[in-house]
Design a binder for this molecule. Structure first.
Ligand code: ASP
Length: 316
């Protein structure tokens, strides 16, 4: 048995204390704590890191506050299309889904792809057909609806803009209610195995079947027992071009950097040069954790078997 730990995020972007009400801040902290505890409980009972990240993500997907599962943002066409990925650092197996609709917990479907298909990445209608075949829980459109996300989309639908749901891009209204959040989790279990998972509705007003970094293995999500497990959040396009999550792993594997050094290099150097606003969370197989971002804030939380626990929103 060795030290175990879990880290989660609920999205990064222009998250400022001055824009937050005490009630909303409290709601976010409670939501992060719920998810953290759900994942930690799995680790405490000698569960696997894969099950721990899944348990944490399900709690966040079920919460309307976050842009994942229930409460996902709207596309240009006014529907909700979701992306998710999960990776097991012990086996290097991975599962991902993109542009899926009506799946209650997209992370469950990603895990189903990993565990019970011969594939890694399924998209659109095919992924939905697979969900039905595997008996994954579906919900009607109304289940995913949130008035805030709808109003946010209405402000943008007649333009060609698309936006990170947590970044103010000149539209005052977008910030009215401060509901942010792609979600992610990384964990190291008591057996020294690590895993990463990410789930998102993507970006508001996205079109042409746009897919971000979250479900792309190596870009938004990556896990390898030899190095790290990483889940990213931010403007997906630069994260894809930077192969952000896998870059952290490469810096550790080939240059001998620590988890924190490697994450700092990618977030504060590589991504900055590419205008890549956002952040990432990570663990290594010794149970070390890190949460790094170059945006104004990132909803984040960590807990480990040494008794450390931290929940944060803004820059320190
Ligand atoms: N990275 C996600 C995407 O581009 C968005 C986010 O992290 O909020 O789809």
């Amino acid at each position: 048995m060795q030290p175990f730990s879990i880290v989660i995020h609920g999205g990064a972007g222009t998250i400022l204390k001055t824009d937050m009400t005490p009630e909303l801040e409290k709601a976010y902290i409670l939501a992060l704590e719920d998810a953290l505890n759900a994942g930690y409980a799995v680790l405490e009972q000698d569960g696997t890191s894969v099950n721990a990240v899944k348990a944490a993500i399900v709690v966040l997907e079920d919460n309307l506050l976050f842009n994942a599962g229930r409460g996902s943002v709207f596309t240009k066409k006014g529907v909700q299309e979701m992306d998710a990925a999960i990776m097991d650092g012990q086996t290097l197996e991975a599962g991902a889904v993109a542009a899926i609709r009506n799946v209650r917990n997209p992370i469950e479907l990603a895990a189903e792809v990993m565990n019970n298909s011969n594939h890694v990445f399924l998209s659109g209608k095919g992924a939905n057909d697979f969900a039905i075949k595997q008996g994954i829980k579906l919900e009607p459109d109304e289940y995913f609806f949130s008035q805030f996300r709808y109003d946010q989309w209405k402000e943008m639908r007649d333009s060609d803009n698309y936006s990170l749901d947590h970044t103010h891009q000149g539209l005052e209204e977008l910030m009215k209610d401060k509901k942010f959040g792609t979600v992610g989790a990384t964990a190291c279990d008591a057996f020294g195995n690590i895993a990463a998972a990410t789930s998102t509705g993507g970006m508001t007003n996205k079109k042409y079947g746009r897919i971000g970094d979250s479900p792309i293995i190596g870009a938004g999500t990556y896990a390898n027992n030899e190095t790290c497990a990483i889940s990213c959040t931010g403007h997906g396009e630069p994260f894809i071009r930077a192969v952000a999550a896998h870059s952290v792993s490469c810096l550790m594997e080939y240059k001998g950097l620590t988890l924190l050094e490697a994450m700092n290099e990618v977030v504060h150097n590589k991504l900055i040069k590419m205008d890549g606003e956002g952040g990432m969370i990570g663990v290594d197989a010794a149970g070390n954790t890190a949460m790094v971002f170059n945006s104004a804030g990132m909803y984040r939380a960590m807990r480990n078997s040494a008794g450390e626990k931290l929940i944060g929103i803004y820059k320190e």
